[in-house]
Write a new protein. Structure first.
Length: 264
């Protein structure tokens, strides 16, 4: 899916390296220019794909770190969290809260395991190994990160407005993180396979709607702060980005290998 834009960026960079000024720089500093050529080329995953992945990951991690820092030190963040939580608490109705309660169970550890298992079984049946690897990276990486991040921050949940009691720590929202990593990957796979899937726009939209509703439901039910959900989305997107990068490499490597075998 990203191969065409990546190749376009790489070709544009190659044209920049062909400029007279860059050729003069290459004569003076050949090793330095060669290093940047490798980092910005499409010869393999260690080139432009890895460079972009590292850039996106650093940016994502910076945002997550900023939220984490504000979470611990900023009264303003706590005020925003509390005000939004109280606002939704006063708007809460029993029928909608109960509906969201049952809906949000799909994002629990059990729900994620069942959904991931069903998708993994389908991918195994269809022998879509590259999709399976990306799915496991996204879901398992997110789950492990959420577990240790919760232990690190030890943030208590907003018990005064909670619709029901939860025994684990609050930051980040595991439901939100896993929803983005799992259904974000499903949406990406659907877009890649759109020629083989009827109503692919509908299914993609359904995945995105689920991600947003899971995050909103956690705040509406008063079991998470807004910053918890934002942190969960950022953490999930970090692993989703890594999984997509690996998937793109596997697809590109598979196409390259197939072309080489065809020539031979």
């Amino acid at each position: 899916m990203f191969q065409k834009p990546l190749r376009f960026i790489s070709e544009t960079i190659d044209k920049c390296f062909a400029l007279p000024g860059m050729r003069e720089l290459e004569q003076s500093y050949p090793r330095l220019v060669h290093f940047f050529r490798l980092r910005l080329g499409m010869q393999n995953f260690l080139g432009l794909p890895l460079t972009l992945l590292m850039g996106i990951s650093i940016f994502n991690y910076a945002l997550l770190s900023e939220i984490s820092e504000n979470l611990v030190n900023s009264p303003g963040m706590k005020a925003v969290d509390s005000s939004i939580g109280l606002f939704l608490y006063h708007l809460r109705t029993e029928p909608l809260a109960r509906a969201f309660y049952y809906f949000t169970q799909a994002g629990s550890v059990t729900g994620v395991m069942i959904t991931s298992g069903l998708v993994a079984a389908l991918l195994l049946f269809q022998k879509k190994w590259h999709y399976l690897v990306a799915l496991l990276i996204s879901v398992l990486g997110t789950g492990t990160s959420v577990y240790f991040t919760k232990l690190y921050f030890h943030r208590e949940r907003p018990l005064d407005v909670a619709y029901y009691q939860v025994g684990t720590f609050s930051f980040p929202s595991g439901h939100s993180a896993e929803a983005l990593s799992l259904f974000g990957m499903l949406a990406f796979i659907i877009l890649l396979e759109k020629n083989n899937i009827r109503w692919y726009r509908y299914w993609t939209g359904l995945c995105l709607a689920y991600i947003l509703l899971i995050g909103f439901s956690r705040i509406y039910l008063g079991v998470h702060f807004v910053s918890d959900v934002a942190g969960g989305y950022l953490l999930g997107s970090l692993w989703l980005t890594l999984a997509i990068a690996v998937l793109e490499y596997l697809v590109l490597h598979g196409h390259t290998t197939a072309s080489q075998l065809a020539k031979n």
